[in-house]
Design a protein around this ligand. Structure first.
Ligand code: DGP
Length: 112
């Protein structure tokens, strides 16, 4: 499968890692939209929120359990925003489920 985030997850494409375990990877966004901008992905391929099912949705809870520690490890100390884009109208550009963590500065009310 020609998925850039699968390639990042399996090490074929390098990334600036913040956190990794057997299920998920967190790395700095190549095109940051805030002073600190980290992406968290499941290592298994799920296209988007729109592809979540009873069978695969536990990874989302797992990701959210890890997000506070990932944000701290990335250097975020004063709050952050978590965003996921799903589908064309949301401008999802990489079709592999991912959560943006944005922080490190006062964010505008609306971003992305
Ligand atoms: P979205 O628009 O929600 O699908 O966000 C995709 C994000 O992925 C976008 O902010 C840029 C980032 N991105 C795309 N390709 C790469 C890459 O090869 N490496 C890294 N670190 N980030 C990438």
């Amino acid at each position: 499968m020609d998925c850039i985030f699968c390639k990042i997850a399996n090490g074929q494409i390098p990334s600036s890692k913040v956190y990794e375990d057997d299920k998920i990877l967190a790395f700095h966004d190549i095109n940051p939209e805030a002073k600190i901008h980290v992406l968290v992905i499941p290592k298994c391929h799920i296209q988007s929120v729109g592809e979540l099912t009873e069978e695969n949705s536990s990874i989302v809870a797992y990701i959210f359990e890890k997000i506070p520690a990932i944000a701290t490890k990335a250097g975020i100390t004063n709050g952050y925003r978590v965003i996921t884009n799903c589908g064309p109208d949301a401008c999802q550009s990489v079709l592999h489920l991912h959560f943006h963590i944005l922080g490190g500065e006062q964010l505008p009310e609306h971003i992305r």
